[in-house]
Design a binder for this molecule. Structure first.
Ligand SMILES: NC(=O)c1ccc[n+]([C@@H]2O[C@H](COP(=O)([O-])OP(=O)(O)OC[C@H]3O[C@@H](n4cnc5c(N)ncnc54)[C@H](O)[C@@H]3O)[C@@H](O)[C@H]2O)c1
Ligand SMILES: O=C(O)[C@H]1O[C@H](OP(=O)(O)OP(=O)(O)OC[C@H]2O[C@@H](n3ccc(=O)[nH]c3=O)[C@H](O)[C@@H]2O)[C@H](O)[C@@H](O)[C@@H]1O
Length: 387
């Protein structure tokens, strides 16, 4: 018999049915694992793909048996969506185009995916009195206020000019021709819509702003389990370079700064939101690790060192190479300069703190990348010369 579980207020947690849209992606796959391994909840998993959750679906004899059901659904056009939301206690919407290489090259798809396609989900939750956890992004903050100060201004060192706060920081994007911001702007508008549904129609919602969550199963390795010419997010780009023994490409010198959080830490925060509605409803949460800040150049150097350790292969003499953003991403790219989350709200509401250092999370992630892809990459690299 499973032992009874209690939430942060000491109340028993009742088993629930969760409609998870985008369950087959990076975050979805980790969230499905967490829920199936550690809770009694049921998952209706919706996605157009299921490769990353196959291990959870394959056999009916698995210990979680019928607690996960996969529905191959494109939410752009599928009449089953409302019924599945109605059957559930909670909907979590993860579905989105969320790779920067798409924002300026496929801005229409990006805006439709992040705004238009999310509209029915919000509407069905609101009309049917269902709770919604909507995944937004730290990109809604755009650039820091500090980035507009003169380079030598001492105010740049003042946290008031760069720490990103859910209820205080402005959203600062570039001009319209900088189509990089199509994603952030669509995410901002859907946040405002969700918030307004809460204010005017009583929708019970939580908005999550992830700050660069990384770990195993993130995106794809081009030419292995994704398109040859595809450009994934930075962890997979750099992993691909390391696996192929190519220099890591630093866009515009790799000066932008990011804070990276381990996916397993971040998923703990999401589970707290799921199981503590009284503390999570009506909130917007930053979820990141302010202690893991690096420039992209430092990230490249650290990944090179960690990969040499886990693979046993020596590093290249020149492990990085500079490329312009125009060459790498094309016209209309722009960047967030710095992203440090303020943690006050998530600390106060859910008592959550990330645990894993950047070195440790890269060690476990690159061990996974090496184990999963090294052989396949070797074969792919050997092919053209042997034929
Ligand atoms: N990973 C991060 O660090 C991060 C950071 C900020 C925001 N987010 C947000 O979190 C969410 C999940 O991100 P992820 O990293 O897991 O991305 P992902 O691309 O791995 O997962 C998204 C999933 O949604 C599915 N999907 C997209 N459109 C769909 C549609 N029309 N119908 C059905 N399924 C569809 C995709 O097939 C994919 O499996 C996104 O909304 C993203 O914007 C992620
Ligand atoms: O993860 C997040 O929190 C959010 O930010 C990401 O945006 P970004 O961090 O800019 O995307 P990455 O691809 O991870 O790039 C990080 C930095 O590395 C740089 N980069 C990327 C790839 C590469 O090969 N080389 C390189 O220097 C980029 O220019 C950027 O400055 C994506 O927009 C989303 O997945 C998400 O909403």
């Amino acid at each position: 018999m499973a032992t009874e579980r209690f939430n942060l207020d000491g109340r028993p947690i009742k088993p629930m049915t969760i409609c998870m849209i985008g369950a087959g992606g990076f975050i979805g796959s980790h969230l499905c694992e967490k829920i199936l391994y550690e809770t009694p909840h049921k998952i209706l998993a919706l996605d157009v793909y299921n490769d990353k959750i196959k291990h959870l679906l394959e056999s009916e004899s698995l210990p979680w048996g019928d607690r996960i059901q996969f529905h191959r659904i494109n939410i752009k056009h599928d009449s089953r969506l409302e019924g599945l939301i109605k059957m559930s206690d909670l909907t979590i919407n993860l579905a989105a185009i969320c790779t920067p290489a798409d924002y300026n090259t496929r801005p229409l798809d990006t805006i439709y995916s992040n705004f238009i396609d999310a509209l029915p989900v919000v509407k069905y939750c609101s009309e049917n009195g269902k709770r919604l956890i909507h995944f937004s992004t730290c990109e809604v903050y755009g650039k820091t206020i500090g980035s507009f100060l003169p380079k030598d201004s001492p105010l740049r060192e003042d946290p008031a000019y760069y720490i990103l706060k859910e209820n205080a920081s402005p959203c600062i994007f570039g001009s319209i021709e900088k189509q990089r911001w199509s994603y952030a702007c669509a995410k901002q508008l859907i946040e405002r819509l969700v918030y307004a549904e809460g204010a005017e129609n009583g929708l019970e919602f939580t908005i999550v702003r992830p700050f660069n969550w990384i770990g195993p199963r993130m995106d794809f390795i081009p030419g292995i389990d994704g398109p040859n010419e595809g450009v994934p997010r930075v962890l997979a780009c750099f992993s691909n370079n390391l696996l192929r023994r190519e220099p890591l490409k630093l866009v515009d010198g790799g000066q932008s700064q990011r804070t990276f959080v381990y996916i397993k830490d971040a998923i703990e925060a999401v589970l707290l939101m799921i199981e503590n509605p009284a503390r999570a409803n009506g909130q917007i949460f930053n979820v990141g690790n302010p202690h893991n800040e690096v420039t992209v150049r430092q990230l490249a150097e650290m990944m090179t060192e960690v990969y040499a350790k886990v693979s046993g292969e020596s590093s290249l003499e020149e492990p990085t190479i500079d490329v312009s953003s125009k060459e790498f991403y094309g016209e209309g790219y722009d960047d967030s300069d710095k992203r440090i989350p303020d943690m006050t709200i998530i600390n106060r509401q859910l008592g959550w703190n990330p645990k894993t250092s950047l070195w440790d999370l890269l060690e476990s992630t690159l061990t996974y990348q090496h184990r999963t892809y090294a052989e396949a990459v070797k074969k792919a690299v050997a092919k053209p010369t042997s034929s």
